[in-house]
Write a protein that binds this ligand. Structure first.
Ligand code: PLP
Length: 412
């Protein structure tokens, strides 16, 4: 190992020793490496977070005592209210949202559909006919926008952003007009990790008379947000990344209280109705954010998510963000020193960067395949990106050093 590489490794030890959140890393499942050996480095916490170590017991206790013990009574004793009560906790811990505006339900894709349709319904007495989205937005967002536009005779206004960035105020200002119904943007871009200037862009979209919908799948639990203060209209995000809710965990959605009275859910199911058990002949929407719900809440799937929300509440999102910046800064230092042939397609400015990094290198695909076999788990992003997700509570600096050193070897 070169002197420089040895110094970088020593820095990992120092950084871990000085990390005020270091003890949290022990509170997650360690993962298995190749042939039952320990996992060397998990760099995919932004795709699927590790389970909190209490999850197996929490699930067993739920099955034994709540489901197994309380049976049908559980619905009245808290399960029916769980989408809102857990939503409120996510809102307070991560979104800067006062209670009554966040609900846990469905998947991100389904909630994006619901919010876009609700935005169209809210603007139905205008002549507006455009939906705005980035050309490089996450596929599910684009596909849903395109399908809704086709079904409703609307036009999609595509926005182009640089590879290493995402939506910016000047791009948003060019795209929105008196034709815009809604703009759907990512808070943190899935490829580059560009953290958009959410308050400025929200103001720009609203000044054009349109609604903004933020997809915060890569932002929630990683960067602090202030939806109420920023005047956000609507937002959505998944909970299996930095919220560690587990594979297929339900998503969450925020709708500002000022939109509740007019909120029209296109999937008018019984749980979104004012009195689900009155078995009424016609649909009357529930007051408040529950109007966005449709069917029976996925109570079991919220158990792991609640364990992680408890950890975030304890650690605090500002401390999590501080560690996230330190992790990505250190990772960039490693990439620059150990992989000179790679380029970064993520912002170097920490203030504009979320919790992950994408590194471009022509040998990315083959290197990632090899690394997975060795118990080093980054992500491959077509066509040439290695994406490294550094989940602040569960990732150590030593793990980042081991992972990027292995990546350097695999790429060489
Ligand atoms: C930005 C973004 N939106 C949406 C999704 C996916 O949503 P769903 O949970 O419906 O699969 C992802 C998944 O990685 C994502 O990164």
């Amino acid at each position: 190992m070169s002197q420089n590489a040895a110094a970088l490794r020593a820095r990992a030890r120092d950084l871990d020793a000085a990390d005020p959140l270091a003890a949290y890393a022990m509170r997650f499942a360690p993962g298995e490496g190749a042939d039952g050996a320990a996992l060397v480095s998990y760099l995919d916490g932004n795709s699927l977070g590790r389970p909190v170590e209490t999850v197996p017991d929490a699930l067993a206790a739920f099955a034994r005592h709540e489901w197994g013990g309380r049976l049908i009574r559980g619905w009245d004793e808290g399960w029916l209210a769980l989408p809102q009560s857990l939503g409120d906790r996510i809102g307070a811990a991560c979104l800067g949202a006062a209670s009554g505006q966040t609900v846990v339900a469905d998947s991100t894709s389904v909630l994006i559909f619901k919010l876009l349709r609700a935005a169209i319904a809210a603007q139905s007495d205008s002549a507006r006919d455009e939906l705005v989205i980035l050309r490089d937005e996450f596929p599910t967002d684009r596909f849903i926008v395109e399908r809704i536009a086709a079904d409703h005779g609307l036009t999609v206004r595509w926005v182009d952003a640089p590879l290493e960035a995402g939506i910016m105020p000047e791009l948003a200002a060019e795209a929105v007009s008196d034709r815009t119904i809604a703009a759907l943007f990512s808070g943190v871009a899935y490829r580059s990790a560009w953290w958009a200037d959410m308050p400025a862009i929200t103001r720009i979209v609203q000044a054009a008379g349109a609604l903004v919908i933020w997809d915060c799948s890569h932002a929630v639990g990683s960067v602090p947000m202030q939806f109420d203060e920023w005047g956000v209209d609507m937002a959505v995000g998944c909970s299996y990344k930095y919220l560690n809710g587990g594979p297929g965990a339900p998503a969450w959605s925020y709708v500002a209280a000022r939109h509740h009275a007019a909120l029209r859910n296109p999937i008018a199911g019984w749980i979104g109705a004012a009195s689900p058990f009155a078995m009424t002949s016609g649909f009357e929407a529930a007051p408040g954010i529950r109007a966005l719900a449709s069917g029976t809440p996925p109570v079991l799937a919220m158990v792991p998510l609640a364990e992680m929300v408890s950890l975030i509440e304890r650690a605090g999102i500002d401390a999590i963000r501080a560690k996230s910046i330190a992790l990505t800064e250190y990772a960039i230092e490693l990439v620059d020193a150990l992989i000179p042939a790679a380029s970064l397609s993520s912002p170097r400015d920490a203030a504009r960067r979320g919790g992950h990094l994408t590194i471009e290198h022509p040998k990315s695909a083959i290197a990632v395949e090899r690394l997975w076999a060795e118990g080093v788990i980054p992500d491959f992003r077509h066509p040439s990106g290695v994406r490294i997700g550094l989940s602040p509570l569960s990732t150590t600096f030593a793990e980042v050093e081991r992972g990027i050193r292995a990546l350097a070897t695999a790429l060489s």
